[in-house]
Design a protein around this ligand. Structure first.
Ligand code: HEM
Length: 476
């Protein structure tokens, strides 16, 4: 009996040793980039989720770049992954969409977006991707901005800032989320925030909390709450879809109507597909623009000279407009906001809302003597390029004037806050225009005092941990 027991223990030890060894040394036909695969099953996920509270690179990434160089391997959320802070490799990977890599967000992350039993859009075919891209460009791209959205955005911002100034304090991120989310939901599916009892932006804010959470779907955890919020949002969107389908009135010019019209032409458009489009669209917008606006308040408050130059530029535009026929901001006005765009670029550079872009290899990728095996994840560390002292002197210094001297080659190759290649953000123009108009109205009509400074955290996504509180005053 004892012998059998000892044999079983020995077999177990051999098996565990073999398994741990296999975990630490994954199969590869060439040389893997340096790094560690961490502990079996959890890999190095916990280290990556430890929050840091500065604009600098997340310590997980910074330490490993110092130890291993710009390309290193790890295991996160149960998947082998290569991190790359090498601009050339990143540029190459972005040009390889569907050839050697595909869009891929980790299983835990995808689970937040996908309902049980649905197929994942990350594996969508080229024609589906083309359709989604053109849908967003039609409704949010530069032609729509010039033709229709500019005055709507200006009007929205004027109304909201007026209302902000009548309140004792404003929680910037929270209020910016409501402003941006409600407006976008209207463009997506005709949502009317004033009439609806469903508070869309609050649900999205809670949903977004999961990005700083470990993916344990157990009641009581932030991740579980996120999944619950996703379900509520989806149920609401399903109701909107049902109502629109049964409504005789289909004159709205929103994305929902277009997808319903296209249903007859395109087989892949199902009810679930439409819900994913609406959900994905809201998600793309609901956090990114509000966080950028919040960071702008933070940076402008700390840098009065930047605020002064920004105000001068915007007041000049206002003065010129008084002599023109247009009562509101025109496309030419927007195009003349040189310093404003530099301020936005600098905010996106330092903000690094996402640490990088995720892809999955379809086949082995060979680069500088290393092999990244097929079906591994790659994170292109755009945050590392944005904080690289060789490209940006004193990278943790908020200095919008640096953009005057940067050559276009550096900008196009290494500054990719909106991604690159065929997956470049379809809302980049919309975001820049929206934030520029926000700044125009803000600095020409209002001033503010800080009531609470707020706090950011990275884990590794940037979050507004404690919201910034301000009091907004109308200028005399
Ligand atoms: C500050 C604001 C924003 C930032 C920083 C941002 C960033 C990004 C990035 C980095 C990507 C590429 C993701 C990847 O390659 O894995 C992306 C894709 C995308 N974004 Fe944005 N985004 C912003 C706002 C928006 C807005 C307002 C919209 C919608 C109007 C939008 C719609 C999209 C879409 C549809 C894609 C997918 C494009 C494709 O796959 O062809 N984004 N965004």
């Amino acid at each position: 009996m004892l012998t059998i027991g000892l044999v079983l223990v020995a077999l177990l030890v051999i098996y565990v040793t073999y398994w741990v060894n296999k975990w630490r040394n994954p199969k590869c036909t060439g040389v893997l980039p340096p790094g560690s695969m961490g502990f079996p099953l959890i890999g190095e996920s916990l280290q990556l989720l430890i929050p840091s509270y500065s604009f600098d690179l997340h310590p997980f990434i910074k330490k490993r770049i110092q130890r291993y160089g710009p390309i290193f391997r790890s295991n996160v959320a149960g998947r082998p992954i290569v991190f790359s802070a090498d601009p050339e490799l990143n540029h190459y990977i972005l040009s390889q969409e569907r050839r050697s890599v595909e869009l891929w967000y980790l299983d835990a992350f995808s689970n937040l977006f996908v309902l049980e039993g649905e197929s994942r859009t990350s594996g969508a075919t080229a024609s589906i991707h083309k359709y989604i891209r053109s849908l967003f460009l039609t409704h949010f791209g530069s032609e729509r901005l010039k033709g229709k959205l500019l005055p709507l955005i200006e009007d929205l911002i004027r109304t909201n800032l007026r209302s902000w100034s009548s309140q004792a304090t404003i929680e910037v991120k929270h209020c910016a989320s409501a402003l941006v989310c409600d407006f976008t939901a209207k463009l997506l599916f005709g949502y009317d925030a004033e009439k609806s009892s469903f508070k869309m932006s609050e649900k999205f804010e809670r949903f977004a909390e999961s990005f700083a959470a470990f993916p344990f779907n157990i009641p009581g955890t932030a991740y579980h709450r996120s999944i619950e919020n996703r379900k509520k949002l989806t149920t609401f969107l399903e109701r909107v879809l049902r109502e629109r389908k049964s409504s005789a009135e289909k004159s709205e010019e929103d994305i929902l109507n277009q997808t319903l019209d296209d249903m007859e032409k395109e087989e892949f458009i199902t009810d679930e597909f439409i819900i994913q489009i609406l959900f994905g669209g809201l998600f793309a917008i609901a956090e990114s623009i509000p966080i950028t606006i919040t960071l702008l308040f933070k940076f402008l408050s700390a840098h009065p000279s930047v605020l002064e130059e920004l105000t001068n530029e915007q007041e000049k535009i206002l003065k010129n407009r008084k002599g023109s026929d247009s009562p509101s901001i025109t496309w030419d006005d927007y195009k003349s906001m040189t310093f404003t765009i530099q301020v936005i670029n600098e905010t996106l550079r330092m903000g690094n809302i996402a640490p990088g872009l995720l892809r999955r290899t379809i086949r082995d990728v060979h680069y500088k003597g290393y092999t990244i095996p097929a079906s591994w994840t790659i994170m292109l560390l755009t945050s590392a390029s944005n904080l690289n002292p060789e490209l940006y002197k004193d990278p943790l210094e908020f200095n919008p004037w640096r953009w005057k001297d940067l050559d276009s080659q550096t900008i196009s190759k290494s500054f990719t806050p909106f991604g690159g290649g065929t997956r470049q953000c379809a809302g980049a123009d919309f975001s820049r225009v929206f934030i520029s108009i926000f700044l125009h109205v803000l600095v020409t009509k209002y001033r503010w005092t800080n009531i609470k400074e707020g706090k950011i955290s990275r884990s590794p996504m940037l979050r507004i941990r404690d919201d910034i509180h301000i009091k907004l005053f109308e200028k005399d």
